[in-house]
Ligand binder design. Sequence first.
Ligand code: PNS
Length: 165
Amino acid sequence: MRIAVCPGSFDPVTKGHLDIIERASKLFDKVIVLVSFNPRKLNSAAFTIEERMKLILEVTKDMDNVLVDCHSGLLAEYLARTNACAIVKGLRAVSDFEYEFQMALTNKKLYPEAETVFLTTSAENMYLSSSVVKEIASLGGDISEFVPGEILDDINSRLFVPDQN
Ligand code: PNS
C-alpha cells in the first residue's frame, strides 16, 4: 500500500489545503493529513491541535482513503513509523520554494525511503494562506471564499471578537 503524509500546521485548514489533500488522495492508496509542530509558528497558533484535527476531519469526511493524525516530533520519525513513501506538499509561489526545498532535502537525509512530492496549487489558491484567513476573520471580514463552507461558522466564531468599544 502506498501511503502519503500531508504535513502542515493547518491553523486552520483552507480551501488551498483541501485541494492538495483531495488531489493527493487520487494519487496514493492512503493519505494521512498530519497536524504537525512547526517551531517557527510557536507563538502564532490560533487553534489547538484538537480543533485543527476536528476541522480537517469535517472537510475530509467523504474521502475514504484520507485519515487525520497529529505528531509533535520529527516528520521523518512519523514517516518511518507509518511506512509512508511520500510527503505531499502544496507549492504556491516562488517564495515558498526555498523553505520547502530545504525541508525536502532534510527529510530525505533523515528518512531516505520517502520522496517529497510537490503539487502546484490551483491558480485560485495562489495567494491563500492560513495566516491571511486568520487576519481577515479576526477583523470581521468575509472568509467564505477561502475556507470550506462546512467549517466557516466554526472558524468565524472562534476568531472573530467584536470590538467592544
Ligand atoms: O504548514 P507549515 O507550517 O508550513 O508546515 C511545516 C511543517 C509542520 C510541515 C514542518 O515544520 C515540519 O515538518 N515539522 C515537523 C518537525 C520536523 O520534522 N522538522 C524538520 C523538517 S526539515
